[in-house]
Ligand binder design. Structure first.
Ligand code: NDP
Ligand code: AKG
Ligand code: MG
Length: 473
């Protein structure tokens, strides 16, 4: 079955039932070490995960690691250009849950991203990136502890579909010609727009099914959170791109108010219901005026639409959601992408789950990680319905590779997410406790040490792993 790798002789497969993993006590888990700093981070991560599992379960549970190859390491073993060998894909498919270090992607030309390829091959449609603060972590922000968000990023569409034509290429030029001469003139709303003849072309597809399965998972996750964090914010740039970004928002609301009608309330619905609660005799028009501050300046048609919206909400959900019952539901709201970047800095405690399309979520997850301590503290998971691959938000940070210096925190915390996904909460909790205590004690790698006042001597990558284990207690 495998060409150059051999699975461990002990251990069993993780299987999936209704999209959830069924985990034996001795699962076999494939891992990819990763390029660049992966060489430093992976051994530190493995050590911490093994120590936590051993301590939490006294030997009753154990992970059998299965080394598989991707990136530079794969080319060394399998030959030139064998960046993602079939062995690796077979192993991840067979064992279902895997963890990886970062992999290099060249800019401008060369191979397409291996990281993205893995997400697409296994249809890992939700990229889940929690950003929460560990006490003592230095941060450029005054109150980083107020940020506790989970970026739920769509992981297969938008720029990840990767459909592009190079400037000057035959097909690219043909496409521009068809667009300029046939399709744009045939669409009156595009007016006299024309694509510059020397443009490269990229296509940004956003599907209803892709958007809704992401939002569905985000809402299900919100249902597991404490009451105060039960909120899903749909992030989009729908004011500019209406049929992709705007549609993502609309499909998100549509899903929330159909599949999860009893569990959710939208922000606008909450205003309408709240207005009636404060003033039971409020007219439909007055209510409409209160939810739309520019109401009086609107056209009669638009005013009628909003009045109709108010009436529909009151008729359809007053009984189930009115009289304050909506306060017990998951709040679904939306924010325009540029605004959410400033909102997570100025009003961080108002947000919880941020459901995004691919590119917005890429930016947002790095930015949110920066608030809570930087990319060394940014874990992640790529989740599908029959497979999950855990990996950090950051890349290979090549200038720090091989120096035993980099912060392994993000991959270790990705391991924590993996343990939680497997239901091994006790081991996950031990690592969070150890990591929190190490940071609070000033035992940190260079990235955090340089921000602490007064400065502390940084630990090596491997020493940080040992400090975490020491603080398991
Ligand atoms: N999923 C993946 O595997 C990803 C892969 N990549 C790939 O990684 C390569 C390098 O990308 P690049 O843009 O440099 O981004 P990186 O995320 O690799 O690194 C950028 C900077 O972030 C900081 N950083 C990154 N990782 C850590 C860490 N573990 N601990 C502390 N600080 C960290 C460092 O800052 P400083 O030097 O200031 O300390 C580093 O120089 C590219 O080929 C890219 O495509 C990128 C993102 C994700
Ligand atoms: O695959 C890459 O090189 C980049 C991926 C990335 O930036 C991400 O997953 O956040
Ligand atoms: Mg990124």
């Amino acid at each position: 079955m495998y060409d150059k790798i051999t699975p461990p002789t002990t251990g069993e497969k993780i299987t999936f039932k209704n999209g959830e993993p069924v985990v034996p006590d001795n699962p076999i888990i494939p891992f990819i070490r990763g390029d660049g700093t992966g060489i430093d981070i992976w051994p530190a991560t493995e050590k911490v995960l093994d120590a936590a599992v051993a301590k939490a379960y006294n030997g009753k549970r154990k992970i059998s690691w299965f080394k598989v190859y991707a990136g530079d390491e794969a080319c060394d073993l399998y030959g030139t250009y064998q960046y993602l060998p079939q062995d690796t894909l077979t192993a991840i498919k067979e064992y279902g849950v895997a963890i990886k270090g970062p992999l290099t992607t060249p800019v401008g030309g060369g191979i397409r991203s291996l990281n993205v390829a893995l997400r697409q091959i296994f249809d890992l449609y939700a990229c889940v990136r929690p950003c929460r603060y560990y006490a003592g972590t230095p941060s450029p922000h005054k109150n980083p502890e107020k940020l506790d968000v989970i970026v739920y990023r769509e992981n297969t569409e938008d720029i990840y579909l990767g459909i592009e034509w190079k400037q000057g290429s035959e097909i690219g030029d043909r496409l521009i010609s068809i667009l300029n001469n046939e399709l744009i003139p045939a669409t009156p709303e595009h007016g006299k727009k024309q694509i510059p003849l020397d443009a490269g072309i990229g296509i940004k597809p956003i599907s209803k099914s892709g958007s809704q399965r992401l939002v569905r998972r985000a809402i299900k996750h919100a249902l597991q959170l404490p009451k105060a964090k039960q909120q899903v914010t749909l992030v989009h740039k729908g004011n500019i791109m209406k049929y992709t970004e705007g549609a993502f928002r609309d499909w998100g609301y549509e899903l929330a108010t159909s599949e999860f009608r009893n569990e959710t309330v939208t922000e606008r619905e909450s205003w309408i219901l709240g207005n009636k609660e404060k003033n039971p005799n409020i007219s439909l028009e007055e209510n409409a005026r209160m939810i739309d501050p520019g109401f009086d300046a609107l056209t009669p048609e638009k005013k009628a639409q909003i009045v109709q919206e108010v009436e529909t909400v009151l008729n359809s959900i007053w009984t189930s959601h009115g009289d304050g019952k909506w306060k017990e539901k998951i709040m679904v709201n939306d924010r325009i992408a540029d605004s959410i970047f400033q909102q997570i800095q100025t009003r961080p405690d108002e947000y919880s789950i941020l459901a995004t399309m691919n590119l917005n979520g890429d930016y947002l997850s790095d930015a949110a990680a920066a608030i809570v301590g930087g990319l060394g503290m940014g874990p992640g998971a790529n989740i599908g319905d029959s497979c999950a691959v855990f990996e950090a938000t950051h890349g290979t940070a090549p200038k720090h590779a091989g120096l035993d210096k980099i912060n392994p925190g993000s991959v270790i915390l990705s391991g924590v997410m993996m343990l939680e996904y497997m239901g091994w909460q006790e081991a996950a909790d031990l690592i969070k406790k150890g990591l929190g205590a190490a940071i609070a004690n000033g035992e940190v790698t260079y990235d955090l040490a340089r921000l602490i006042e007064p400065p502390v001597e940084p630990l090596k990558c491997s020493e940080f792993a040992e400090a975490i284990i020491k603080h398991f207690g």
